[in-house]
Ligand binder design. Structure first.
Ligand SMILES: [Zn+2]
Length: 297
């Protein structure tokens, strides 16, 4: 476990599971698969994959889950995480308004929340992030922030449509570290969803400069790891450059809808659900191998 985490001194954050899981990945030079889930099948598939691979994991929910089901999916995820035989924690991905962040933090069950104010300009992003990170920390929840702006579209968010991509600088990362954050998601040319015809053009020198500047104090998160491009080689290149948590979304949830479309009406509903869960688990397990977290729990 890294002793260099200086932001873990808030008394309410003692024993925070999400922090411990990603700090261990940083120390062990692997990364945690943070699986974006939209339903119970995603929660079950993540925990089963983690247990099968003896890998730590993060279950991620979008604010959509709170708007759709209040705390029901969150509390199912928190229960699944606490009952798992390997370390699993629950994180909210891309919470983009002060209202949803306060509501999510007050529900109880999140170990971490991404305070994403990247749709504001830098000064406002800093001001709101500072206030909301403190709100989360006071409730025992660590925070992830996004200095700069990652472009693209993801199911559950649509923050940067029509907005200019802003790459993160080491100086900006340093300013955000001082807000009491634990995780930082740099914009290094990564985008949510599909990349252009030439694929991802990640700015690795920039990522390495950010890691050299703040990587001893905060863990770096990769967004936009679309499965079409991000497999074993590219993911491990990102880990070598300093990334300790990689968000996984598209492929896991696409296989859910694909299996559903293939089987619905042909077999019973319980079989459809079980096959969907199994298919998701398989993809998650593959990602855990790529991220080298398998066997680390
Ligand atoms: Zn993201």
């Amino acid at each position: 476990m890294s002793s260099a985490v200086t932001n873990g001194i808030h008394p309410k954050l003692k024993g925070n599971r999400a922090q411990a899981i990603v700090d261990a990945a940083y120390a062990g030079k692997y990364a945690i698969a943070a699986i974006c889930v939209y339903n119970l099948e995603g929660i079950i598939a993540t925990v089963r994959a983690a247990e099968a691979k003896r890998s730590p994991a993060l279950i991620q929910l979008f604010p959509w889950s709170i708007e759709y089901a209040d705390g029901l999916l969150l509390h199912a995820a928190a229960e699944a995480a606490s009952k798992a035989t390997v370390p699993v924690a629950v994180h909210m991905d891309h919470a983009q308004s002060p209202e949803i962040i306060r509501r999510a933090a007050d529900l109880g069950g999140f170990d971490g929340i991404m305070v994403d104010m990247s749709h504001y300009e830098k000064e406002e992003n800093m001001r709101l992030s500072k206030e909301l990170v403190a709100y989360c920390n006071d409730r025992g929840i660590i925070a992830e922030v996004e200095p700069g702006r990652i472009n693209g579209v993801e199911d559950g968010i649509a923050d940067t449509v029509g907005m200019e991509e802003v790459l993160t600088t080491p100086e900006q990362a340093e300013e955000f570290v001082n807000l009491g954050i634990h995780w930082l998601a740099p914009a290094i040319g990564n985008v949510h969803g599909k990349y252009g015809p030439s694929g991802p053009q990640l700015d690795f020198p920039r990522l390495e400069r950010i890691a050299a500047s703040v990587g001893d104090r905060v863990r770096l998160v990769l967004h936009g790891a679309h499965e079409e491009y991000f497999q074993e080689e590219l993911m491990q290149k990102c880990i070598a450059a300093g990334v300790s948590k990689i968000n996984i979304n598209g492929h896991v949830n696409n296989v859910y809808t694909k299996v559903g479309a293939e089987l619905t009406g042909k077999v019973g509903l319980t079989t459809v659900i079980e096959e969907q869960t199994k298919a998701m688990q398989k993809i998650i397990e593959e990602n855990m191998d790529w991220l080298m977290s398998s066997g680390k729990a």
